[in-house]
Write a protein that binds this ligand. Structure first.
Ligand SMILES: Nc1ncnc2c1ncn2[C@@H]1O[C@H](COP(=O)(O)OP(=O)(O)O)[C@@H](O)[C@H]1O
Ligand SMILES: [Mg+2]
Length: 580
C-alpha cells in the first residue's frame, strides 16, 4: 500500500463527502436488516397460527400484510440510501480521477524533451488513461465495497450473534473459504485481462500503423504479408480472450455452490436447533437470507484485494513519472530579454542518452539584430545549437549568454517568449490554419494572421483553399505539402514578433523563388531581431551578417558570405556545387 499513500491527499480533500458516504452506507445497511427480520417474523406468525386449533385467519392475514408493507418500506429506504451511497462515493472517485489526470498532465507539460525521448508515447498515454482508471477503481468500487462490507458485517453479525450465537458461527464458517477462492479467481481474471488488453493494444497499434502506411504497403504489394501478421495477432488476441472467458465462467458457479453449501449448513444445524426448541422457525428463515446477504460482500473482499493490488501497481508507475524532475530548471532572474545579443562561450554538448558529442567547443558572438547563418552536413550539430539557444537543453560545458546573462538564469517563460523557433520537423495541430498560426500569438486578429502568412509567402496558397484560413488540417482536414507546412510554421513564429528568430532548415522544401521572397521579407522584419538561419543551402544564408560552418560539432569556418567564398573549404565547395 506504500505507493497508494501518495493519494491520501485526495482522500483528505474529499473527506467531507467520504464521511457522508460512510454515514449513508451505515443507514442503508441498517435498513437492509429489516427484510430478513420481517420475513422471519412472518414465518413465526404462520407457525403459531398453524399450532392454534382455533386461530383467526384474519389476524394472521393482517399481520402478514403489515409485514409485507414494512418490507416494502424498508427495502425502499435501504435501496434509496444504497443509491445515495453510490452517488457519493463513486462520484468522489470520479473527482479524484479528474484531479489525478490533471496533475499528471500538468507534470507532463513541465518535463523536458529528454523525458519524451526516453519514454514511448504509448506509455505516456497509458499512464494517464489506463493507470489512472485502475487507481480510480481503488477509490470507487474498492472503497465503497469495503465500507459497505465492514458496515454490513458489524451490523448484521452483531445482530445475528444476539439472536442465535452458535448458529451464527456455522453460518459464517464457509465465508473465509469463499473469500479466498474469489481472491484467487479475481487474480487469475486480472492477469488474463491484462494480457488481453496488451494484445489488443498491440493489435490496434499494428492496424493504425498499417493504415498510416497504406500507400507503401500497396505500392510494394505487401498486403498478404501484412494480412498474415494481422491474423497472427488476431489469433493471439482471440486465444487470450477465450482463456479469460474460461476463468470468468467459474465465478458465478463457484459463488452459487458456496452459497448453497452455507444454506445447507444453516438448514441442517438450524433445523436441529429448531427441533430441540432452541430457536423459532422465523430465525431459521432469517438466517438463510443472511447467508445470501453476506455472501456477495465476502466475495467482494477477494475482488477488492485484487483491485487494490492493481491500483498499487498502477500508482507505482504513476509515481515514477511524477517523481521525474525536469532537467531544464526555471531561472529566477526577473530580467527581460530586450536586444537579444547571443554569445556562445566554449559550448560543448553531449546527448546524455547516446553520449554523442553534438557540439564541441563552439564559440561565437551575435550582436543584437544580426543574422547568423549556420551551414553544415546532416548530424553536424546545427539543430542542437538552436536547441541550446531556446534552452530545450542546457550545455554540458561552456555558457550560452543572452543579453549578458546566462540563458539558464532567465525564467523559462521569459526566454521562450523571446524566441520564435521553427523546428526542422515542424508540427501542425489538427486545427484550422488560422489557429495554427495563432499559436504564436493567442489574441492575434485575422488581419495579423494574414500579414504573417504574407511574410511567410504562404498567403496565396491559403487563399486558394476552399475554406481559406478556416481550412482544417490533419486527419480530417487537408494534407499540406512539406513546403506549405514549413511556411505556416514560419508564419507562426513571425506573428509572435519575438526578439530572436530561430529557423532550422525551414526553407528546405521551398522552391528557390519562394525562398527568395521569404528571405526578402525576413530581411525587413528581422532588422531589430537576432536571427539564426540553419540551412544546407548557400542561398539561404548568403545575406547573413555572419556565417559559421559546422562539422562534427566544431566550427570549421566562419565569416561573411564573401569572405568564405574566397577561402578554400567546405563553404566554397558547397557554393560552387549549388551554383551549377
Ligand atoms: N535527441 C538526441 N539524442 C541523442 N543524440 C542526438 C539527438 N539529436 C541529435 N543527436 C545526435 O547529435 C548529433 C547532431 O545532431 P543535430 O544537431 O540534429 O545535427 P544537424 O541538425 O546538424 O543535422 C548527431 O550525431 C545526432 O545523431
Ligand atoms: Mg538538424
Amino acid at each position: 500500500m506504500k505507493e497508494l499513500q501518495y493519494l491520501n491527499k485526495y482522500l483528505y480533500t474529499y473527506r467531507k463527502k467520504l464521511l457522508i458516504g460512510i454515514f449513508i452506507t451505515i443507514v442503508a445497511r441498517i435498513f437492509s436488516l429489516f427484510t430478513p427480520r420481517l420475513v422471519g417474523n412472518s414465518m413465526t406468525a404462520i407457525e403459531r397460527y398453524l399450532q392454534q386449533t382455533a386461530g383467526d385467519p384474519k389476524v394472521l392475514q393482517d399481520a402478514l400484510l403489515l409485514n409485507i408493507g414494512l418490507i416494502v418500506a424498508a427495502s425502499l429506504v435501504s435501496g434509496f440510501f444504497t443509491f445515495l451511497m453510490r452517488q457519493t462515493i463513486i462520484n468522489v472517485s470520479r473527482y479524484i480521477e479528474y484531479d489525478l489526470k490533471n496533475e499528471i498532465y500538468q507534470h507532463y507539460q513541465v518535463l523536458c524533451s529528454t523525458f519524451y525521448k526516453k519514454n514511448r508515447t504509448g506509455d505516456l498515454m497509458s499512464r494517464i488513461s489506463e493507470d489512472v482508471s485502475k487507481v480510480r477503481m481503488y477509490f470507487g468500487p474498492a472503497l465503497m465495497y469495503s465500507i459497505n462490507t465492514v458496515a454490513l458485517f458489524i451490523i448484521v453479525i452483531s445482530y445475528m450473534v444476539s439472536v442465535a450465537p452458535s448458529l451464527t458461527l456455522y453460518t459464517l464458517l464457509p465465508l473465509p473459504v469463499l473469500s479466498v477462492t474469489i481472491y484467487k479467481l479475481s487474480r487469475a481474471i486480472n492477469i488474463r485481462s491484462t494480457a488481453v488488453q496488451e494484445t489488443l493494444a498491440k493489435l490496434s497499434a499494428f492496424a493504425q500503423e498499417t493504415f498510416s502506411g497504406i500507400g507503401v504497403i500497396k505500392s510494394y504489394n505487401l498486403q498478404p504479408t501484412i494480412e498474415n501478421q494481422f491474423s497472427f495477432l488476431a489469433i493471439e488476441s482471440k486465444n487470450q480472450n477465450v482463456a479469460l472467458a474460461k476463468v470468468q465462467a467459474w465465478f458465478f458457479p463457484l459463488m452459487i455452490l458456496l452459497i448453497g453449501f452455507s444454506n445447507l449448513l444453516v438448514i441442517y444445524v438450524g433445523g436441529k436447533q429448531y427441533i430441540a426448541g432452541e430457536i423459532e422457525i422465523g430465525v431459521l428463515a432469517e438466517f438463510i437470507i443472511y447467508v445470501t446477504m453476506l455472501t456477495w460482500p465476502v466475495a467482494t473482499v477477494g475482488w477488492v484485494t485484487s483491485i487494490v493490488q492493481q491500483a498499487e501497481a498502477s500508482q507505482k508507475r504513476i509515481n515514477a513519472f511524477l517523481k521525474e524532475e525536469p532537467t531544464i530548471k526555471d531561472g529566477f532572474s526577473s530580467k527581460k530579454i530586450k536586444v537579444a545579443a547571443v554569445v556562445f562561450e566554449e559550448v560543448s554538448f553531449v546527448y546524455p542518452d547516446t553520449g554523442i558529442r553534438a557540439l564541441d567547443n563552439v564559440s561565437f558572438k551575435l550582436n543584437s539584430g544580426e543574422t547568423l547563418g549556420i551551414i553544415g552536413k546532416t548530424g553536424a550539430g546545427k539543430s542542437t545549437l538552436l536547441d541550446l539557444i531556446a534552452r530545450l537543453y542546457d550545455p554540458t560545458e561552456g555558457k550560452v549568454i543572452i543579453d549578458e546573462q546566462n540563458a539558464s538564469a532567465y525564467s523559462l517563460k521569459e526566454l521562450r517568449n523571446a524566441v520564435g523557433y521553427v523546428p526542422q520537423n515542424p508540427f501542425l495541430f489538427s486545427e484550422s490554419i488560422e489557429d495554427n498560426i495563432r499559436f504564436g500569438k493567442e489574441d492575434a486578429t485575422l488581419e495579423e494572421v494574414k500579414q504573417a502568412a504574407q511574410q511567410a509567402a504562404v498567403h496565396d496558397n491559403i487563399q486558394n483553399f476552399k475554406e481559406k484560413y478556416a481550412t482544417l488540417l490533419g486527419e480530417r482536414g487537408v494534407t499540406l505539402s512539406g513546403g506549405q507546412i514549413q511556411r505556416i510554421s514560419i508564419a507562426r513564429a513571425l506573428i509572435k514578433n519575438p526578439a530572436m528568430l530561430l529557423f532550422d532548415d525551414c526553407l528546405s522544401a521551398v522552391d528557390a523563388d519562394t525562398e527568395e521572397k521569404i528571405l526578402h521579407h525576413l530581411n525587413q522584419i528581422s532588422e531589430d531581431k537576432t536571427t539564426c538561419i540553419v540551412s544546407h543551402r548557400v542561398s539561404s544564408v548568403q545575406h547573413a551578417d555572419k556565417i559559421i560552418v559546422l562539422e562534427e560539432g566544431k566550427i570549421i569556418q566562419q565569416g561573411t558570405h564573401l569572405e568564405l567564398l574566397k577561402q578554400p573549404g567546405h563553404y566554397q565547395d558547397l557554393a560552387q556545387k549549388q551554383s551549377d
